[in-house]
Design a protein around this ligand. Structure first.
Ligand code: GLV
Ligand code: MN
Ligand code: MN
Ligand code: MN
Length: 409
């Protein structure tokens, strides 16, 4: 194993140890472990020779500056928050690869024709506020100020959390790199699916990222005594939600070629066995490569929810948290990355991403590119997530060569 790979593996393990939960890896945005990880990342970036900084969202940024006065900006990035009971590669692998690439350039004292940034985005998963890409949306100048008043499950608002970081809300979408000054963005990430295992290949190109809508839905019924209330007179919020959720699954199954539908989070109140549920809120995650189709499906589900609410005399709240159109990776960057893949990997394939990535936000300002790295059996968002040292070595060689060749152009 070469020294880059062994350092990458050590760092993956070190970040993987930083968790809010003793039993498993869980690093939600703005928690104690999240801040601890931030400090480690800052230290590693500084060690790699980069100028470091953080911002009001909690992104950790490192840059190797070019001395060229007209230099554009190129960024390698990924996220350092995690889902609950996560694997240690989803997010951190891309950041740590980026730091290793920057280290290689600063060690060689290479004069870069562009400013090379590495960014560890504070929140991609959106597990705490059900808003994905809090970190990268700030970098892309797309941070929605309405998000500031959103609260987590404990009533803690995003603005209260962010006030602890350096920076000013007023300037939140200012001081960003303007689109014309971007050369590009690159995100190496585990595939999180089985195609690369199936194809027996370590890495591949990514063609683009599916469109995604995130909705928060609340059903307000009337709670009451489970023993005394006749069945016909109930306004059971959980039954309304259940009817809807099975409809969501059905619609996904009927359109499985171009749609995935998920309700992953649900809260029922008062959540005791002998009270009819009076209030239920849950998430809705809809994804498709086709923007128009996703828009229509979202409308269909909204009308379905309205109908259920009406029939069951339940109050419905429907809040679209995020609506992100599909993304196409940049052709020129993809061609350059393909050349690097061919040097170090036997096979060259290209697949679309069903998972969301920070590249979605960056695509609003920069040409974006992504490299997928094989993970064992395609398992991800799971502690069993695993990437072999050999595949990490290949991903480093390919990624370094890609940036190095861009630097020669
Ligand atoms: C993040 O992993 C997502 O795709 O939702
Ligand atoms: Mn993830
Ligand atoms: Mn990820
Ligand atoms: Mn993700």
């Amino acid at each position: 194993m070469n020294k880059e790979t062994s350092r990458i593996l050590k760092r993956i393990d070190a970040l993987g140890e930083i968790s809010d939960d003793k039993q498993c890896l869980s690093r939600f945005y703005g928690t104690k472990s999240h801040k601890k990880a931030r400090k480690k990342l800052l230290k590693w970036m500084a060690k790699a020779g980069m100028q470091t900084s953080t911002d009001i969202v909690g992104n950790v940024k490192g840059v190797l500056k070019s001395s060229n006065p007209n230099a554009k900006h190129f960024m390698i990035g990924s996220h350092y928050d995690s889902v609950f009971n996560a694997g240690k590669y989803d997010g951190p692998l891309g950041i740590i690869l980026g730091i290793e690439i920057a280290h290689a350039f600063s060690k060689q004292n290479t004069e870069l024709p562009f400013h090379l940034h590495v960014c560890a985005f504070a929140d991609e998963e959106g597990c705490r506020f059900n808003i994905a890409y809090l970190g990268s949306s700030l970098i892309a100048g797309n941070f929605n100020k309405n998000w500031l008043k959103k609260e987590d499950d404990y009533g803690y608002s995003l603005s209260r959390l962010m006030k602890k970081n350096k920076g000013d809300f007023k300037d939140i979408n200012k001081n960003i790199i303007p689109p014309e000054s971007w050369l590009g963005y690159f995100e190496p990430h585990i595939e999180q699916g089985p195609v690369l295992c199936d194809e027996n290949t370590a890495v591949c190109l990514v063609s683009g990222i599916a469109a995604q809508n995130r909705v928060n839905i609340t059903w307000k019924g009337i709670s009451g005594h489970a023993g005394t209330y006749p069945m016909d007179l109930r306004n059971d919020a959980l039954c309304a939600a259940s009817e809807f959720i099975l409809g969501v699954e059905n619609l996904g199954k009927q359109n499985k070629e171009k749609l995935v539908t998920t309700v992953g989070k649900i809260k029922s109140e008062p959540n005791v066995s002998n009270v009819i549920p009076g209030l239920v809120s849950h998430s809705l995650d809809l994804r498709s490569p086709n923007n128009k189709f996703l828009e229509n499906i979202t409308k269909t589900l909204y009308y379905k929810a309205l109908k259920i609410a009406e029939e069951r005399h339940i109050e419905l709240q429907w809040e679209i948290m995020q609506s992100n159109p599909s993304v196409t990776c940049n052709n020129q960057l993809k061609e350059a990355l393909a050349t690097s893949i061919k040097k170090y990997n036997k096979k060259l394939i290209e697949i679309p991403s069903g998972a969301g990535h920070d590249a979605v936000m960056l695509s609003n300002v920069a040409p974006v590119s992504m490299l997928f790295i094989r993970c064992k059996e395609g398992i991800s968002h799971n502690p069993e997530e695993y990437v072999s040292p050999e595949d990490i070595e290949t991903s480093f060689k390919v990624s370094f060569d890609f940036i190095n060749e861009l630097a020669k152009k």
